[in-house]
Design a protein around this ligand. Structure first.
Ligand code: PLP
Length: 220
């Protein structure tokens, strides 16, 4: 039994417990295992333990390990959770199944163009900078509802939901609450929020998926 497999089981139990405490069905929260910086040899035991949804934050890094893992495990669902440059849109659309970090017009257009070219309509999330942090990606919360509308109606993207990364030093609750409110206003159903340190709180605020790295794979 390897550490990551134990950790995975523990995280799954805690997700189920948090869902129950929130009065939600346990299958209403999905787990995105964040494998950035870890190698295929670290990831394989987690796949063997049944995990199928993974998150990576760099296109190039993901290209180096996932094509081979996919040949072994064809039903993998890979999420891009890091910032995307428009010159990487082609590779991103070819490799990933969900893009969680759409946050500007140029990226929305580049992705839409690639999806048409590759005939691969992927669900996307709009990333919202709930803390208005200068260094952080994401749309201004005040522009989020309008931007979701533009992604849908101008670019023809399938916007599944919203994603956020709250400021590191703050209580995340108000940020999760804001994301939930904006999703309601924008008419999208999914909320990608919560990481190793705060996923139970995120579930209490309605997260439909949590992105968990170090609590499964260990410190980076
Ligand atoms: C790295 C990362 C995570 C996972 O972080 P942990 O604290 O290790 O769980 C989640 N979301 C995003 C966007 C990340 O870049």
């Amino acid at each position: 039994m390897n550490d990551a497999t134990d950790n995975l089981r523990n995280v799954r139990n805690r997700i189920a417990q948090a869902a129950r405490e929130a009065g939600r069905p346990t299958d209403s929260v999905s787990l995105v295992a964040v494998s950035k910086t870890f190698e295929a040899t670290d990831i394989r035991p987690v796949l063997e333990a049944g995990q199928r949804i993974f998150g990576e934050n760099r296109v190039q890094e993901a290209q180096g390990k996932w094509p081979e893992l996919r040949r072994e495990f064809p039903d993998i669902e890979l999420h891009l959770i890091g910032p995307l440059q428009s010159n990487k849109a082609k590779e991103a659309v070819a490799l990933f199944d969900v893009i969680e970090t759409v946050d500007r017009e140029k990226i929305a257009k580049a992705l839409a163009d690639e999806m048409r070219k590759q005939e691969r309509q992927l669900p996307v999330y709009v990333q919202v900078n709930t803390g208005l942090e200068e260094q952080k990606a994401g749309v201004d919360p005040r522009a989020a509802v309008d931007f979701v509308g533009r992604c849908r109606h101008v670019h023809g993207l399938t916007v599944a939901g919203l994603m956020c990364i709250p400021p590191f030093e703050e209580n995340p609750g108000p940020h999760f609450a804001l994301l939930e409110k904006l999703a309601g206003e924008a008419g999208v159903g999914k909320l990608s929020m919560g990481m190793s340190g705060d996923y139970e709180t995120a579930i209490a605020f309605g997260a439909t998926s949590v992105r968990i790295g170090s609590a499964i794979f260990g410190a980076r």
